[in-house]
Design a protein around this ligand. Structure first.
Ligand code: NDP
Length: 454
């Protein structure tokens, strides 16, 4: 696939970039290895200062970065600016906590002195998606860099200017050349990089298919891998929930990032007692959503990132409708230029239809009815995915039953699922393995070296 900036609002390709030659790739891998040798020993105070500077730049230039994101993948400009600011928060989080997280951990073994010492692994390859083109990268890079690892970024082919801006950001922040490098490479070249002896670990955020490929390659090369893949998150609403708030949040949780988020709420499981009222209000609100130019501050939903994503989503909707599902709103491709897709609600979806079984990566919500708590739980867990879950109830015992019973990496009660640098992020089942952010994310790419001194 061409490495290029193609405007999702018009379908026009604005710039293309050439992939690295084998010689250029070799030079970058060599530089990563050489840089790691010295970078790992730089005083933590220096790494903290550079990361703090990166945070300042992200904030000061949020509008510039935001424009690049919006131009390349179509998210609303306001959300793109907010994404740059959130990246600044993540950098600051590790400036503040990195030292404590990296400190030796004493363990009482009697008269011997025992402890765990945390050491960086080396160059880590990050294969990243286009949907949060800054955030996905920074949430890998900030903990990796504070810990003394060096980063190699293979970004999605459709966000090359975001990739270049990130490489430039870390350089300008003061990190040594080679601490964070961008690799313009084709997918078929990734396996060679993973198996290269200088690359010590891999992290991927993306589709289940890419996860299987990268997981297999990392396994073959015996390298540590973190996989953050798709999700089909349930959003469960029980009778005690505050309905107004639940409906408003449901719309937001489905449409965030033009519907293209792994943790977007995708399956809405609503208790029978309130289902008709929830459906009525939800459909009415989805029908009012303003779709349009992502640079317009009034726009709630912009275009999808690529024509491929749009065609794939529409095929899932059409197959589900053909199987018997209903669409009280949306479901039709709009005329005109750009990769727009209308906010869509599907009801009465048959069990084996794509809407019931697959991840829908766009503004399409699927409604289900549940008889009681156990039925809601069964529906929520009836998916290959296990990323996040949002549950709306005021009853404590009910909330506890969901917290225990839901098969996901994250559960949020009376709130939408959202990433936060302070909280570990990741899934189970086909949503991947490993964690990002917080202490857990930082530790993924460290050697926890056991030391016992007798
Ligand atoms: P992909 O998984 O194809 O892309 C994510 C990253 O993985 C990109 O850098 C891509 O490179 C790379 N990649 C793709 N295939 C391989 C492979 N076989 N081996 C190694 N790397 C690979 O996502 P798409 O853009 O195709 O989006 C499709 C689906 O992915 C969505 O419908 C959604 O389900 C899921 N997705 C989930 C995300 C999440 O946040 N968890 C984010 C984005 C997508 P390149 O761009 O060059 O192909």
């Amino acid at each position: 696939m061409a490495i290029a900036t193609t405007e999702p609002t018009t379908g026009t390709t604005l710039r293309t970039f050439t992939a690295l030659t084998p010689g250029e790739l070799e030079a970058r891998l060599r530089l990563a290895e050489e840089t790691f040798r010295t970078y790992r020993h730089t005083p933590l105070a220096d790494r903290k200062r550079w990361l703090a500077r990166a945070a300042e730049l992200l904030e000061a230039e949020a509008a510039t970065f935001g424009r690049t994101m919006t131009q390349e993948m179509g998210k609303p400009f306001e959300a793109a600016k907010a994404e740059a600011q959130k990246c600044a928060q993540a950098c600051r989080y590790y400036v503040e906590h990195g030292e404590a997280y990296l400190r030796d951990e004493p363990i009482d073994t009697g008269k011997d002195r025992s402890y765990v010492r945390y050491e960086p692994l080396g160059p880590v390859l990050a294969i990243m998606p286009w949907n949060f083109p800054f955030w996905q990268v920074v949430r890998f890079a900030a903990p990796a860099l504070i810990a003394g690892n060096v980063g190699l970024l293979k970004h999605a082919h459709n966000v090359p200017q975001c990739a270049l801006a990130l490489e430039d950001l870390f350089l300008r922040a003061g990190f040594p050349k080679g601490a964070f490098q961008n690799l313009f490479i084709e997918t078929r070249e990734i396996e060679g990089v993973i198996s290269d002896r200088r690359v010590k670990a891999v992290t991927l955020t993306g589709s289940e298919g890419a996860g299987r490929a990268v997981g297999a390659q990392a396994g073959k090369a015996l390298k540590k891998v973190v996989l953050e893949l798709g999700g089909s998150d349930p959003f469960i609403v029980m009778p005690s929930a505050k309905l107004d708030e639940a409906v408003e949040t449901a719309v937001k949780a489905r449409l965030i990032n033009n519907g293209q988020s792994c943790i977007a709420a995708k399956r809405f499981i609503v208790h029978d007692a309130i289902y008709p009222e929830f459906e009525r209000r939800f459909v009415e609100r989805m029908a009012r959503v303003k779709v349009g130019d992502p640079m317009d501050p009034q726009t709630e939903v912009g275009p999808l990132a690529t024509e491929g994503i749009r065609q794939g989503l529409h095929a899932q909707v059409e197959k589900s409708l053909a199987a018997g599902a209903k669409a009280p709103v949306g479901g039709k491709l709009p005329p005109g230029a750009g990769y727009y897709y209308p906010p869509t609600v599907l009801t009465d979806v048959p069990d084996e239809s794509p809407a019931a079984r697959e991840e829908l990566f766009g503004p399409v919500a699927v409604l289900f009815r549940a008889k009681d708590v156990e039925h809601a739980l069964a529906l929520a867990n009836d998916t290959p995915y296990g990323l996040g879950a949002s549950v709306w109830t005021k009853e404590e015992a009910e909330a506890q039953r969901f917290i225990e019973g839901i098969e996901t990496g994250m559960v949020f009660i009376n709130a939408m699922v959202a990433s936060d640098p302070r909280l570990p992020f990741g899934g189970v089942k086909h949503s991947g393995h490993g964690r990002e952010m917080a202490l857990h994310g930082l530790r993924e790419f460290l050697n926890a070296k056991t030391v016992r001194v007798s």
